[in-house]
Write a protein of this length. Structure first.
Length: 80
């Protein structure tokens, strides 16, 4: 459960009302995909920020996509 909450921080989902319960109804496979996608989205957002000229010590703040996370690139462009 704690790993899914950490992944929700990386996704930006911690600001949603469902935050405390994120992951309670996920299967192990769903939780694994959620965590892997969270790390991939966070790293990609960092790369995009660096390419845009951000200082490498700057903090990347993710916002929730509020949509399906099936396509990683679909949510990134609206977040930065």
């Amino acid at each position: 459960m704690e790993l899914i909450q950490l992944a929700s921080q990386l996704n930006g989902d911690h600001v949603l009302n469902t935050y405390p319960d994120i992951g309670r109804t996920m299967t192990v496979g769903e939780a694994n995909r959620y965590a892997e996608d969270a790390v991939a989205r966070f790293l990609e957002a960092g790369r995009i920020a660096l390419r845009a000229g951000a200082n490498e010590s700057a903090l990347v703040t993710m916002r929730p996509a509020l949509t399906s996370r099936a396509s990683m690139s679909s949510g990134l462009s609206s977040e930065l």
